[in-house]
Design a binder for this molecule. Structure first.
Ligand code: SF4
Length: 426
């Protein structure tokens, strides 16, 4: 049985630091439990695993206490609450299941820290549906990739290495011949889109807030309409016509975006322009959307919430049954309108994702390295899934989940363990 006490090299480690969930990392462990990525890492994964083992004490009103005392105080706060808000939700599947049980018991509202972006996609799914693909389909089939307004590499550092310029594919495609187009987003580093044979990607740059007009124009051209304009959002219509023709000619195009970066009013309509383009293209060829996400467990939160309640997050249990509202049940709305009276914040992967400032009684279940700007009523440090304990994580494409391993011994409890103790005492 693994004791974790000795130095070791661990292969085929899954990294939960972004939605790609690369599962080919090698990680070295020393006898003190320090972890060091030795193979197939990226800057993000190296930072994630390099956080040293650390076991701070739980705190109540800023004073160190033992775990039962912190749990007892959390129970008191929740028993006095009428409208708790459980947000952040940065956890893996088992942690999220425990959150769902706590929300049901306390009549809480649930919201994820990445929901502002995620909801742009959800609204499209709810309104008109979409046709999207998995990362595996991208890796094996794409011949033309269109990236809309998104700096993929800063969010998903190994995306091109793993999904686009991969040396092998299942159907014998020469992946070096793939074409890449960047649409929108002026300041994006496009160097990762340079093909192994040196071909540069096509870059049709515009300001992010011009993407609604640009995507609407491209959608119209793909649908066979004529535009009576020379340029849209600073991009020549002739260039958009050329892109529309390339998309029609491609055997398997993929249009991708990370909704969190499309940070302008009604960006869901821009997402819808892309998903409707995909529908048009599929009348004569094959095309798919690829919404990128899965950072800080947003896919876990929404998958678990949906299979337990029928709704994604931004769902309230205050009436004794799940009630979903993508606008009114956002963390910002609930706090600004004074419609929550207690705040629970959860971030187990990332110590830098901090709770919103509030005067409400707060309970934070956080990464051991979290440095809070505002001391909550209760702080309980919990283990990091994929390093301190095992877990399950959904990949960006939402249909594939992967196991996370424990890589070292840790005295920190998992979020699920702590929430179960709270639930039993309520
Ligand atoms: S690309 Fe993402 S999943 Fe892959 S190693 Fe880097 S942070 Fe981890």
């Amino acid at each position: 049985m693994e004791t974790f006490a000795q130095a070791a090299t661990m292969d085929s480690v899954t990294c939960p630091s972004c939605g790609l969930l690369c599962d080919d990392l090698s990680v070295e462990r020393d006898s003190a439990g320090n972890l060091d990525v030795s193979k197939n890492g990226c800057a993000k994964s190296i930072t994630f695993f390099a956080r040293a083992p650390h076991t701070p004490a739980p705190r109540v009103d800023g004073k160190p206490v033992d775990l039962p005392t912190a749990v007892a105080r959390a129970v008191e706060i929740l028993e006095a609450a009428h409208q708790p808000l459980i947000c952040g939700l940065g956890t893996e599947v088992q942690g999220m299941r425990a959150i769902m049980a706590l929300a049901d018991k306390t009549g809480a509202c649930l919201d994820h820290m990445n929901s502002n972006g995620f909801m742009r996609n959800i609204q499209v799914v709810q309104n008109s549906g979409w046709q999207i693909c998995t990362l595996t389909e991208v890796r094996n089939r794409v011949d033309l990739l269109v990236i809309v307004g998104t700096d993929i590499v800063s969010l998903f550092p190994r995306f091109f290495e793993r999904e686009i310029w991969n040396a092998e594919s299942m159907f014998g495609q020469d992946t070096t011949k793939r074409e890449v187009v960047y649409l929108g987003g002026r300041d994006i580093d496009t160097s990762a889109g340079i093909a192994p044979d040196g071909r540069k990607p096509t870059v049709l740059a515009c300001d992010l807030d011009q993407l609604p007009a640009v995507s609407a124009a491209l959608r119209a051209l793909i649908a066979g309409k004529q535009l009576h304009a020379n340029s849209v959002g600073g991009i020549k219509v002739a260039d958009l016509e050329s892109l529309a023709a390339r998309l029609h000619a491609a055997k398997y195009s993929v249009i991708t975006w990370a909704a969190g970066t499309l940070n302008f009013p009604h960006a869901e309509l821009t997402v819808q322009n892309m998903t409707e383009m995909v529908k048009s293209l599929n009348k004569t060829t094959r095309s798919s959307g690829l919404p990128l996400g899965g950072i800080e467990g947003d896919m876990n939160a929404n998958q678990v919430s949906t299979w337990v309640s029928g709704y994604p997050v931004r769902t309230s249990y205050a009436r004794g049954y799940p009630e979903h509202d993508p606008y009114h049940f956002s963390t910002d709305q609930l706090l600004s309108r004074g419609e929550a009276d207690t705040l629970l914040w959860i971030s187990t992967f990332n110590p830098d994702r901090l709770p919103p400032r509030t005067d409400l009684p707060s309970i934070v279940f956080g990464h051991a390295h979290m440095k809070l700007e505002q001391e909550p009523a209760v702080f309980i440090p919990v283990g990091t899934p994929g390093a301190d304990h095992r877990g399950i994580m959904f990949r960006s494409d939402n249909v594939v989940s992967l196991p996370l391993d424990q890589l070292r011994s840790s005295a920190l409890p998992s979020l699920g363990t702590v929430l179960t103790a709270i639930l039993q005492a309520l």
